[in-house]
Design a protein around this ligand. Structure first.
Ligand code: AMP
Length: 253
């Protein structure tokens, strides 16, 4: 069974993003970019399933600019066997990514797709769900545990999800779409020998037109703005003044 893992190149989670002066977007010039953290968890899980003998091949896919190759090399250093870059300089919205992934699924016929639950740049939380709808496949989102078992000759994934006040476990027949939550696993450190090995693994480059997919954006960003600046605090001489201010000025007690 093949596992396809879509990985997105995003602004590194340690970077404090800045909005462009015209309010059109976030400024990503000269900013450190990394693999979306939820996608790292997805690659790790796919590699663990291969190590357990459940999967035979792990394929990482990224859609975007040529630099996404670096993200794919990282996925291969974690343990993915090969990678596909859908190269495109234009902005890709979740629906376009879902259509590109659907086209790749038709070609590769994976038994399982593991995506991140959301990309930390756009916070959309849409791609996995849209892909499941486009492909007509079952989905289990926000997975904190994945087990693949054989049920009467049919492969089934038992996916545990953290829900309010407990855990929910779903059984979904494969092929299926799963999206990862933070507690699914702790991705391994990428070692130097594995980075070297990853350089030799196959990386295919295709264009959206090769896959016959229309990637025209459907949404228009009207404005991007920074959160309001926090105003400076004040020092109060004693508890009585604090209580008085909370009661009469802030009116919170
Ligand atoms: P989103 O719906 O944008 O929050 O993204 C959810 C997940 O979809 C991500 O964690 C990735 O697994 C996948 N994804 C989104 N955009 C891309 C992309 N450009 N290339 C590869 N995978 C993507």
């Amino acid at each position: 069974m093949k596992i396809l893992v879509p990985v997105k190149r995003v602004v590194d989670y340690n970077v404090k993003v800045r909005v462009k002066s015209d309010g059109s977007a976030v400024d990503i010039a000269n900013v450190k970019m990394s693999m979306n953290p939820f996608d790292e968890i997805a690659v790790e899980e796919a590699v663990r399933l291969k190590e357990k003998g459940v999967a035979t091949e792990v394929i990482a896919v990224s859609c975007g600019v040529i630099q996404c190759q670096e993200t794919l090399r990282t996925a291969m250093a974690i343990g993915a066997d090969r990678a596909i870059l859908v190269e495109c300089a234009d902005e890709l919205q979740p629906l376009a990514v879902a259509k590109l992934l659907k086209a790749l699924m038709d070609k590769e016929q994976p038994g399982l797709l593991i995506l991140g639950k959301q990309a930390i740049d756009d916070d959309c939380n849409q791609t996995g769900q849209m892909l499941a709808a486009l492909a007509g496949l079952p989905q289990a989102t926000f997975a904190s545990k994945i087990e693949v078992i054989d049920e009467n000759g049919q492969k089934v994934a038992h996916v545990t999800r953290e829900v309010d006040g407990g855990l929910e476990t779903l059984a979904i027949g494969l092929p299926a779409i799963v999206t990862t939550d933070l507690r699914l696993n702790e991705p391994r450190y990428v070692t130097l020998p594995n980075i070297m090995k990853a350089k030799k693994k196959p990386l295919e480059n295709v264009k959206p037109t090769d896959l016959g997919v229309d990637i025209t954006p459907r949404l228009k960003t009207l404005k991007v703005s920074e959160p309001p600046k926090r105003s400076a605090g004040i020092k109060v001489p004693d508890v009585a003044t604090l209580v008085d201010k909370l009661k009469n000025e802030a009116k919170v007690i």
